[in-house]
Ligand binder design. Sequence first.
Ligand code: GUN
Ligand code: ZN
Length: 425
Amino acid sequence: MRQLIRGRTLSFHADPVEVENAFTYHEDGAIITQDGKIVAIGDYAALHEPGLPEIDHRPHLILPGFIDTHIHFPQVQVIASWGAQLLDWLNTYTFPEESRFAQQGHAPLMAEKFLDLLLQHGTTTAVAFCSVHPQSAEALFSAAEARGMAMIAGKVMMDRNAPEAVLDTPQQGYDDSKRLIEKWHGRGRQRYAITPRFAITSTPEQMRMTGQLVREHPDCHIQTHLSENRDEIAFTLSLYPQARDYLDIYETYGLLSDKLLLGHSIHLEPREIARMAETGSRAVFCPTSNLFLGSGLFDEAGLRAAGVVSGIATDVGGGTSYSMLQTLNEGYKILQLRGQKLHPFAAFHWVTRGNALALGMAERIGTLDPGSDADLVVLDSRATPAMALRMDRAETLAEELFILQILGDDRAIAQTYVAGKPMLG
Ligand code: GUN
Ligand code: ZN
């Protein structure tokens, strides 16, 4: 199917922090999609073809669909749980909730709800932790495949320091992950992420077998958590007394590479930052979660200066919103407390091409370049009365984007396209 989608198009081809003219904007723009891909982008007048079906989104903005690089699918009913920091929050709310994914029918139902929420918030690709149960990953991949969404996901491996109902064993974690990789990795748009939850919940033997999986499947991403919370770090180091620091545990078992996504990466030692830069390991900033769980303030500029590539993510259910716009809002405030600035161009680059680069997937997602998958978000900058009133005083594209970044949420998502198909309404 070939179609033309009309609106104000915005796509980044470089990082606005580093390059002056990092984006292409068409005031009366158009995107032609065919069979799920973008085949042309430019001015409407140049691309208009008699007889071609047209969808007109004017005056809205059309961007590449948002990418969320760290989210927990089994925490859709954990989000907004009161009063705890990381370790208590996991024990009190999260592990009991994740144990429910053992029940027949629960994971498929939650997978549909989860994907509905992502799309309602303009997110077209997510990197998701599932529960320990392989059927949770099965359910998420099946649901994503049915919608044509590019999902990167894995069942968590965890074999200690949690209730029995959410534990596997090193062998079971390895076998279940391997089976899921063989079934799902590279099937259509699905990709597998090898997922040791974090060092606290894996024995050295499980970490060793995780390293083996990584060596056997070098094309898979790896996702875990690093240095989110001070008590977490102290407990982790007590469990691995030989480790030089937290990152050294993951390094010892051969996990460090540009496929590794390290959620949070807040309280880092200089050696850890240097090794992340040398190995290409990615930091993932989770602003709403870091504020909600009182974890700490991510050092975006420090990591950038050291040469570490960072993604940005919601981390629902530690995070408090599915919206990448709200994530940017809270990210802006965290960087303010650090004396750093998140310019709206940098912000919108981050949730599109920046996150695609962090995943090594910018050839397929994160831009509006011809050849990309036609995953799009359509943004209404006047979605609420407060936004409309503020927009009346906006004169530049940067101002408009900042209004979306600070005031926007799911109400600003006018449409979300997955592989050229409108998914809302
Ligand atoms: N560290 C280990 N597991 C989790 C989790 O589910 N959420 C967050 N925020 N941190 C973690
Ligand atoms: Zn997380």
